[in-house]
Structures are given as C-alpha cells and as structure tokens.
Design a protein around this ligand. Structure first.
Ligand code: ADP
Ligand code: MG
Length: 694
C-alpha cells in the first residue's frame, strides 16, 4: 500500500523527469505531494457567455482561439500578445498581454482556453487585458464544479497534478491528525483527511470553506502554541532587575529639545516596568518611521547604564550603526558614559579610534557602558562584564536566520553572573498591524508608537508616469538650485536581482551626471566597500553632493534634513509599507518635501494601490493595506516562509487567531509539555523548525 512517507521518485507512476520537476517544487514524499494545495479554484458554474451585461465585471469565459499575433513596440521594448477568440455563440473577444510573448505559442489556433479578467467593450470587440488563462478541455468544463488550480512549474501542469492526486489521495488517510479531536468537534472543523479531500476535490464551495478553515486553524494553533511556549519559557529565566530611577529619566526627558508624545511616554513606562522584573523583558517597539523609537531606546538604555550595567545596540548596517553612535553620543553628552562603536570597519570609543583587541578588553572589563554596532558584535563570542539590555533596531532588516541566531546569541550572552540573561528590546522598521502582531509576534510584549511627533510635516506624494519624467527633472533643478538635495532610489527586489539593481542605479547615475552639469552626484550600493559607502553618505550629509542615487541600502533610518525630494523608480514592484519607508527619508527638516513615485505600470490595480500612498501618511494604515492586498509576506519578509498559503491568508483573520490563542492557552494551562498529546507535540516540534516567531 502507498505510504505517505514513500518517495515520489520511487512511485512507479512517476517518471524520473516528473520526479525531478516535483522536487523543484519542494515535493519529495507522497505526503509532501498531498499537502501541495491548489492556490485557487475555477468555478465553472460561474462561466458566462460574452454579453454586454458583464461589462466592467470580472468574469471567466470559455473561448476558442481564432487567431493569435505578437505586436512588437521596439522603441519601448514592449511586446503585446493579442489573441482573437470566440465563445460558443460565436461572439468575438480580443485578449491582450504585455510582455508575455510565450502566450502566443501556448495558445495556437483552435485551442480551447478559459480566461478570467475584467470584461470591456472596445470598438467591435469585447476585450480583456492581461487575463488569467488556462487551457481547457470540454470534459472538465462540463462538470460544472470547482476545479483546483495548482501553481505550475515547467513540465508539470495542474491537470497532471489533479490526476496524480486522485491516485494518491487515499494514502492521506494514514497521515495522523494532530489536532485534538475534542477541539475539532468543538470548532466544527474537519478531520485532516476530510479537509485534504475537500481541498483537492471540493464538493461545493461551502465544504471547501470549512476545509480551508480547518487547515488554517491547524497552523494558527501551532503558531500560538509555540509563541506561548516561548513566552513562558523566557519567564522562567532570570534577569537583573532595575528599580527605575524616576528623577534620572524625568531629567533626561525634560532636557530634550522637544516634548515626548503620549505614545513615547507610555512605551517608556512599559519598558521600565519590564526592567524592574527579574525575568527578562522581550518587548517589541512597534512604530512608524519617525515615530521616535530612538528616544524610547535611549531612555531604556539610560536606566541600565546609570546602574553601571552594560547595554548593546544592534543596527542592521554600518551606516545606521554609525548614525546611532553619533546620535547617542550627542544625547548622552552630559552623562560621562563610555560609548563605543564596533563594526567591521569601525572601532571607536567616544571619539578615539582603538584596535580590536583593546575594544574587546574594554567590553570585558565593563569600561564600555554602551556598545553600538552591527550584528558582528554579538556573533564573535564577545564577553561582556554585565550586559543587561540588548536593543535590536530595525529587526526586520536582519533576515530571519540572522535574527534567530542573534536572539540565541543575545540570550546566551552572560553578564558575568551566569544565571542572568539580558533584557531584550526589538524595534521594527515597518509598523505591524495589530492582527499580524497578535498572530505572529504573540511571544513578545508589544509597545505601540501610534502617535507622531507634532512637528512632522506632510510630504507631497505624487505618482509620476513616464510622460512626466522631464517635468520632474526640471523640478529637481529648481529644488537643487534652492540648495536642497535629492534621493533617487532603485530598490532591491531580492538578492538574485542585486546586480540588475546596481546596474540600473549606475546607469541612472551616469545619466543624471549629464543632465545636471555643475552639480555633484553620489552613488551608493551594496557592492561598495564600507568606507566607500561612508564617504558617499558623508558627502551627501555635508551637502557636497546634491543628488544621491542609491539602491535600497539607503532605506534604513538615514537622517538628512536638507533632502527634500525622494524619487523612487519602479515603485509598482514594492509594498506600500516599503515605499512609505523610503518616503520617510525626506521631510525631516524645515522645508517642504516631496516623494515622487515613478511607475511604468499601466495596470489599474497597481496604480490604484499606489494612489493610496498619495493620500495616506499613516504607516499603520499602509501596512494594513499591504496585508489586505498582498498578504503578510510583504510585511514579514522571509519570516512567513514556514506557513502555508492558507494560513497566511488567515493571518488577517483576527477571530480565528483569537480562538487559536485561547485554545492554545487552555491546552497549555494543564499540560505545558503536551504530554497528553504526543502527536501535537511532534507536529509542533517540526513546525517550530520552519517558522521563526521572534
Ligand atoms: P524612528 O522611529 O524612525 O527611529 P527617530 O527616533 O529616528 O524615529 O526619530 C525621528 C526624528 O524625530 C528624530 O530627529 C528625533 O529627534 C525626532 N523626535 C523624536 N521624538 C520626537 C518628539 N516627541 N517631538 C519631536 N521630535 C521628535
Ligand atoms: Mg529608527
């Protein structure tokens, strides 16, 4: 009998070629295959004929191809694939796709195809632009049911997957169901196998919904179990307790050149309350760009340093570490603390350069009160005398794996007195919406900075289409002539595109040199040496350069008050939160600032999304939009990788998350180690390996 643990490549029905293609999808065993779920369903009960009543609506039509051609628009390096087709009644439809020339080969004359998209009427044709498409055959379309569509890979079609799924599904019965049966009954969920069967071969929409809910809940439940365990586990650890010195903190606050916001006051209070306990704090400071997280961190650090204990602040980049170093030296200039900067390129204490060995000695002896650096400082087995607080700024930027090691290291850093571990404060780069925070960061306590400092100026934000580019360059000239500075950003999409982005930035840099004669232009990207980056940043800060062309290395917390224009290329490819981050680099000084969002997209959905940015300056609101429109992956970076798509969709579902949390609490209350639920314990262990929660 077929076992879920069998390898697919050993399955006689699967040729080596198929087995290889499946491995590309990360599917090795029968169980992997069975849990490879459709990403959508075609509802053939909803196929409509071409008719005026559907104009303006998103529809699925079933048509036959009459002719196909590819138009090239050389100058703009565009191709437009165009097919003319007809439905059962002989009504004509024209479908077009930009820059997807391969479609032509896939849809030869007379092939049957289903197209989904917004129906319009242009001239004599019904039209759909950039529809989702799938080849179809009569037999499927006539069944009138929900047909699962799997995400495909070269060599593997949805159809093939459906066929194999039918053959292998029975093996799913042997996969143990870790969800306690009483819980399943209570919440009216399906068993694992019933849910699996409905997901692959749904009987109807209603049953499919319950199946999806079942799968989502299963993961939510594991997620909550794990975060509660982490939370509790930390509570059993010891940390140094610090009785707050009220006068000290009040003095510090009163001497600032501005008044703290209510949210900042609240966050400081919450942190001081945590520091008083003798179990380690594990708190996330959740706030928008410019909400003033640094001051909150500084007040917390002050509390510790004044008691002669050490604090470490970690930043994701050298530039940011350096900026924090200058900032903290300024903030604490009357305090006589020893503040050090320790990164790959810098070893500085107060204003003095020292060597690495001296740095290590001074950390160990406790002479250094506040150590600021990149993650390098924590991973190199550095010994502190009594490290009692670790602050991680822009924790997002560290990457999941790095973050995991970081936390492990932070926890194992002993403060001389071996039984204590340091308190931990992490700060976000992007505000995290409440549902997501509860779902994903349930192991942390959270302070929210949801109030902006009063002096913050509105930034004028505009979407710029290719035809308006000249106009913007003219405007840049005016601003630069008036003494202001400009950022031009080519954001990095992912690691594999790094070189492309650097190339794009370098080309633009050359172009701008030609366009702005007499001005100096800087270039910043990840391939430069730290010292080169430093020089580029310093020259911009000192206004020696007027325009800074950069890849996304600029993104994190850079503070240049004289810069008034933020110009973002290829903006449609990024999340709103990310764009908002870039925008936050301007509007930091007294002058009116502008954010220009360049896009060549003609897609109405993505333009509509970008328009939200024109209207809103509220990072929490934008993050929420991202969550709704693009899912949590946008906000969490790679952190979500361990979750299934169904679970991800439901990271938005506050009700489900809350039920999962309550039920997880109930079960752990009496059985913290899950002794009575060995299957659950095992599933949890496996789950925790793939998902990072902090
Ligand atoms: P972020 O939360 O993005 O890290 P920062 O801590 O860098 O923000 O603060 C942004 C700027 O706002 C800094 O120049 C800081 O000095 C200033 N700032 C912080 N809090 C206030 C406040 N309550 N009122 C006015 N300005 C503030
Ligand atoms: Mg910051």
């Amino acid at each position: 009998m077929l076992s879920p643990n069998n390898f697919l490549k050993k399955n006689p029905g699967i040729t080596p070629k198929y087995a290889k293609a499946l491995e590309k999808l990360g599917l090795f065993t029968v169980q992997d295959f069975l849990t490879y779920l459709p990403f959508r369903y075609d509802d053939f009960s909803k196929i409509v004929p071409l008719s005026e009543q559907y104009i303006g609506k998103v529809v699925t039509v079933c048509v036959k191809v009459n002719s196909a051609k590819l138009n090239r628009i050389f100058k703009r390096k565009l191709t437009i694939a165009e097919i003319i087709c007809e439905d059962e009644n002989g009504t004509l439809l024209k479908a077009t796709w930009f820059n997807q020339p391969f479609i032509i080969e896939n849809l030869p004359k007379d092939s049957s195809v289903r197209l989904s998209g917004k129906l319009e009427l242009k001239g004599k044709y019904f039209t759909i632009s950039s529809p989702a498409w799938e080849k179809s055959s009569r037999e499927e379309t006539n069944t009138g049911r929900l047909v699962p569509i799997y995400s495909e890979t070269p060599g593997i079609t949805s159809k093939w997957i459906r066929w194999q799924m039918k053959n292998m599904l029975e093996a799913g019965k042997q996969i143990p169901d870790y969800l306690p049966i009483e819980l399943r009954k209570k919440l009216h969920l399906y068993s694992f196998f019933s849910a699996l069967r409905q997901l692959h071969f749904p009987e109807n929409a209603e049953k499919l919904l319950i199946a999806k809910k079942t799968f989502a809940f299963r993961e939510m439940f594991l997620l909550q179990l794990k975060s509660l365990q982490i939370k509790n586990d930390r509570k059993t650890k010891q940390a140094e307790s610090f009785a707050p010195d009220k006068n000290l903190i009040e003095n510090f606050i009163n001497n600032l050149p501005f008044q703290l916001t209510g949210a900042q006051h609240r966050a400081i209070k919450e942190i001081l309350f945590d520091l008083k306990k003798n179990s380690p704090m594990n708190r996330l400071l959740n706030g928008d760009v410019g909400s003033g997280k640094t001051i909150v961190a500084a007040a917390s650090a002050l509390e510790i340093i004044s008691k002669k204990h050490q604090v470490a602040i970690l930043a994701p980049t050298e530039i940011l570490a350096k900026q924090h170093f200058s900032g903290f030296c300024e903030l604490f200039k009357n305090n006589n603390f020893n503040i050090a900067l320790f990164t790959g390129s810098y070893k500085i204490i107060n204003s003095q350069n020292i060597d690495r060995k001296t740095m290590l000695e001074k950390i160990h002896s406790g002479e250094i009160d506040l150590l600021i650096g990149t993650h390098a400082i924590i991973q190199k087995n550095i010994k502190f005398k009594n490290l009692s607080l670790v602050i991680i700024d822009e924790q997002h930027r560290f990457g999941v794996e790095q973050r995991a090691t970081l936390l492990q290291e932070a926890n194992s850093l002993k403060d001389g007195d071996a039984k204590n571990i340091p308190h931990l404060l992490t700060m976000t780069a992007t505000p995290i919406p409440r549902t997501l925070a509860i779902a994903f960061f349930g192991s942390l306590d959270i302070s929210v900075l949801d109030e902006m400092p009063k002096n913050r100026k509105a930034i004028i934000t505009k979407i710029i289409l290719p035809s308006q580019r000249e106009q913007i360059y003219n405007f840049m000239h005016l601003e630069i002539d008036a003494g202001r500075q400009v950022f031009v950003i080519f954001p990095l999409v992912n690691e594999s595109e790094k070189l492309i982005e650097i190339k794009a930035a370098t080309e633009e840099y050359k172009k701008l040199i030609a366009l702005f004669p007499g001005y100096k232009i800087g270039l910043l990207h990840g391939k430069l040496k730290a010292t080169e980056k430093e020089v580029a940043m310093r020259e911009f800060k000192e206004q020696k350069t007027q325009i800074m062309v950069s890849t996304s290395v600029i993104e994190v917390g850079i503070d240049i008050p004289n810069a008034t224009i933020m110009l973002i290329e290829n903006a449609d490819r990024f999340g709103l939160s990310q764009l908002h981050q870039f925008r936050g680099r301007v509007g930091r000084g007294e002058h009116q600032s502008y954010c220009f969002i360049f896009t060549e997209s003609t897609n109405s959905v993505s333009l509509k999304r970008l328009r939200i940015l024109e209207k809103s300056m509220d990072g929490f609101e934008l993050a929420k939009e991202d969550l709704n429109l693009r899912g949590p992956g946008q906000l969490l970076g790679k952190a979500q990788s361990g979750l299934s798509d169904i679970a991800m969709e439901n990271l938005n579902n506050l009700k489900l998350i809350k039920i999962a949390r309550t039920e997880a609490q109930n079960i752990l209350k009496n059985d913290f180690k899950l002794k009575k639920y060995p299957l659950l314990a095992k599933a949890l262990e496996k789950f925790a390996k793939n998902v990072h929660l902090e």
